[in-house]
Design a binder for this molecule. Structure first.
Ligand code: PLP
Ligand code: COI
Length: 349
């Protein structure tokens, strides 16, 4: 790691945070990265200090939800280097969203440069190897301007902040850390709407189902397909995985966010473990035949599902050692504890 040209003196010592006991909370870091799009070009402002943003009151992101965000993680490796995990995939997914919301794409190079610069700038906040924590990277995209009409903005802000985080669900991963989830009667996305992009509006409408699940003691809501309320879709901000016999199965749906963690785990399952993998509809009734279930995502990593409740009915699932294998491979690759046969680690030099 080259010494950042930013603004800490002395060694790259870590800040005095209890990295081993962080939850998924916002700890402000000193620097963020920002770029602005106007008149057809992106202009990188680079690393800036202000957490507060000043936006025109008519901005499309404020009124009409022309907004996107991403989530990815940076880890300190076993070799002491600092790595982002598949950042180009996040850039591509954000650009899928930008095309849908009729805004300009963020050049992948600019996106990755932003991730690198903001990480380097905040190096003392990158959790050390072995702490179990990581630096959560939150790129986001806003349509802004003086406007009142329902139309896309002509000006955009792309910004990335970072914050050191621990597990998304309390306790993280482990055979004694199974979580219970409740099937919601509400939807987070329309059948052919915006479920497949990471638009903020998909999350505002998940607050109510999530709050209801939590009031009843569950960790999160599980969504069914919005057309028939029959097939399993996803779990809060995570995708659904299950083992049925030998096979790793996961829902195939337009309204599910295409998870980069899920894609990575399916590839590990196929190519490292030679397990059969099926992306297909999963009828809720099939929960009767499933051997093990889990949620996966950048924040959730892999969280094994101990219980799914649907009204009065409850399904219980044991911890399956295969979750441990998938977890060890994924986190091992992310943290350079094992080889990276897929070229997923992106070293931040
Ligand atoms: N599903 C939703 C709705 C999410 O917000 C996320 C988080 O990004 C995921 C799934 C998991 O996706 P990824 O593995 O790319 O983080
Ligand atoms: C992620 O896993 O990166 C997410 O975006 C989850 C959540 C914090 C919205």
């Amino acid at each position: 790691m080259t010494q950042p040209r930013y603004y800490f003196t002395g060694d790259n010592d870590k800040v005095n945070l209890d990295f081993g006991n962080l939850g998924f909370d916002y700890h402000p870091c000193p620097y963020r990265f920002e770029a602005v799009y106007e008149l057809g070009v992106w202009r990188a402002r680079g690393v800036v200090e202000e957490t507060a943003m000043t936006l025109p009151e008519g901005s499309q992101c404020l009124h009409y939800g022309q907004q996107l965000f991403e989530g990815m993680k940076v880890h300190t490796g076993a070799d002491g280097k600092v790595y982002a995990f598949r950042p180009a995939e996040n850039a591509n997914r954000m650009n899928e969203g930008a095309r849908y919301l009729q805004g300009p794409e963020v050049p992948v190079d600019l996106f990755i440069r932003g991730v690198e610069e903001v990480t380097r700038a905040n190096l003392p906040y990158v959790p050390p190897y072995g702490s179990g924590a990581s630096l959560y990277v939150r790129p986001f995209y806003l349509g802004i301007g003086d406007n009142v009409g329902v139309k896309p903005a002509s000006k955009y802000v792309f910004r990335i902040f970072v914050t050191p985080v621990g597990p998304y669900f309390n306790g993280g991963f482990g055979p004694d850390q199974g979580k219970s989830f409740r099937i919601s009667e509400f939807d987070r996305a329309a059948p052919y709407g915006t479920g497949h992009i990471k638009a903020g509006g998909n999350y505002a409408c998940s607050f109510k189902p999530c709050a209801e699940a939590k009031q009843e003691g569950f960790a999160e809501a599980i969504y069914l397909d919005p057309k028939e309320h029959r097939y399993i879709e996803e779990i809060g901000a995570a995708n659904f995985l299950a083992f049925k016999g030998e096979s790793l199965i996961t829902p195939d749906s337009h309204s599910v966010l295409p998870s980069i963690t899920r894609r990575s785990l399916l590839r590990i399952a196929r190519e490292i473990y030679s397990w059969p993998v099926e992306e297909r509809l999963i009828d809720k009734a099939e929960l009767d035949e499933i051997d093990a279930a889990a949620a996966c995502g950048t924040a959730a990593v892999i969280t094994w599902i101990r219980e799914v409740a649907d009204g009065e009915k409850t399904w219980s699932f044991p911890f399956d050692q295969r979750w441990q294998q998938l977890y060890d491979s994924l986190v091992g690759i992310q943290t350079a504890a094992i080889d990276d046969p897929f070229g997923w680690r992106h070293e931040i030099k």
